[in-house]
Design a binder for this molecule. Structure first.
Ligand SMILES: *Cc1c(COP(=O)(O)O)cnc(C)c1O
Length: 415
């Protein structure tokens, strides 16, 4: 058995400062975690609204488990599709103003399923070079021709679309880039897709719940006042429908196009687990029939859907959380302006500090940890060579005092 070969590969990784390992949490996810017996102030979860340990979600999960049990017991297409899954799909579709939605067990599986169901040999996928690994894997698995464009480079994308052979065209992009925190130019992407009759798959793992009115995500990055979603006095069962969002107004985008296939994850801001795809009915029916990562897997526990229904309510009512998060982002950016390491240009909760060298990034992360502060060092291949970084993520559960502590620690370490 080639064990020594495997060990040599691991040793090589370690020598480059690239070996990965895990730390074990002994507390719920929150800004204040206990890891291997020690308390830390943490800036590395994607729990942007602080919902992962919210008492109302815990209660909803317990209640749904009492009602439906634990396991789904089968795939959705066999006998694992429960009323709670169905209700969640209906509410998610309404929330993002799409005709239909479909739950997946994880975002990784959603991306694999969508791309593979929509394109294949003879078709072409166009992808931003900084897309999430799951989108990259999805396009390779689909066997479509792959064309990658420089990060955010719409001129290059236009050129590649121009050159594409016949067959279906699918443009895929992160809405908020997961390791950089910057935003994809969605209106420009949609315009190019219109021009070249392409589909646009938007992966909003880091936008859903955080961006847009009521946290509806990156397609709703508009300034006009929100339409009420959950009206006061309306019972939980009757809150499925709401009128479509109004268009128009200053600074709005209208990203309500049928050619957009919207994907978002439910384990980040939503604080639970899973993902959904929202699109035209015919696209969802295609996924139900052809997305292998949907068809050939056991449905997620229905109780998770119960917790997610509660999460959706908290997201919609969470404008105060999102305002607080924005204030923390401004505080952090102001406080880290004069460090030797540049903050990357990001207006979102993902605030990477660019270090460059792998070992320097690890060292800084270790030194913060000695001070009781947890920030993950992100290294290649997750990010391009030479761009190792501290990926600081903020959550509405942080206080201004938490952010001050991080700013002060980084200034100390910069001396
Ligand atoms: C986290 C993430 C995913 C994967 O979602 P999971 O539910 O964690 O599998 C997909 N795309 C992006 C951009 C992500 O950040």
């Amino acid at each position: 058995m080639p064990f020594s070969e495997l060990q040599n590969e691991l040793n090589r990784r370690a020598a480059q400062g690239l070996l990965r390992s895990r730390r074990t949490l002994e507390s719920p996810q929150s800004p204040h975690i206990v890891v291997e017996g020690k308390p830390y102030l943490a800036f590395c979860s994607n729990d942007y609204l602080g919902l992962a340990n919210h008492p109302q979600l815990v209660a909803a999960l317990q209640q749904s488990a009492a009602q439906y049990g634990v396991g789904a017991g089968a795939a959705h297409l066999v006998s694992g599709h429960f009323a709670m899954h169905q209700q969640l799909e209906t509410e998610l579709a309404a929330f993002v103003n799409k005709p239909a939605a479909l739950l997946f067990s994880t975002g990784y599986m959603a991306n694999l399923g969508v791309v593979q169901a929509l394109v294949g040999k003879g078709d072409t996928v166009f992808a931003d070079k900084l897309n999430h690994a799951s989108l990259n894997d999805a396009m390779l698995l689909s066997r479509a021709t792959v064309r990658r464009y420089r990060h955010g480079d719409m001129a290059q994308l236009a050129q590649l679309l121009e050159q594409a052979e016949s067959g279906r065209k699918l443009v895929i992009t992160d809405a908020v880039f997961s390791m950089d925190g910057d935003l994809a130019p969605l209106p420009e992407l949609l315009a190019l897709c219109e021009q070249h009759d392409a589909w646009l798959l938007v992966d909003d793992a880091h936008g859903f719940g955080v961006i847009g009115e009521q946290g509806r995500g990156s397609l709703f990055n508009r300034k006009s006042p929100p339409a009420p979603l959950f009206q006061r006095g309306v019972s939980a069962d009757a809150r499925v429908h709401h009128p479509p969002l109004q268009k128009g107004g200053r600074g709005d985008f209208d990203l309500n196009s049928p050619r957009i296939i919207y994907m978002a994850t439910l384990g980040k801001a939503a604080g639970v687990s899973g993902a959904f795809v929202a699109a035209e009915r015919v696209v969802i029916d295609t996924l139900i029939n052809h997305a292998r990562s949907y068809v050939y897997t056991t449905a997620a526990p229905p109780a998770l859907a119960g917790a997610l229904l509660e999460s959706l309510r908290l997201i919609a009512q969470g404008d105060a959380l999102r305002v607080h998060l924005q204030q923390l982002i401004a505080q952090l950016r102001g406080g880290l302006r004069d460090l030797p390491w540049p903050l990357m240009p990001s207006a979102t909760a993902i605030q990477p500090l660019l270090i460059g060298d792998n070992r320097a990034a690890l060292r800084l992360s270790d030194e913060l940890r000695e001070r009781g502060i947890w920030v993950a060092a992100i290294r290649p291949p997750t990010v391009p060579q030479g761009t190792a970084r501290l990926r600081i993520t903020l959550s509405a559960a942080h206080s201004a005092g938490d952010v001050t502590r991080l700013i002060e620690a980084l200034h100390e370490l910069a001396c």
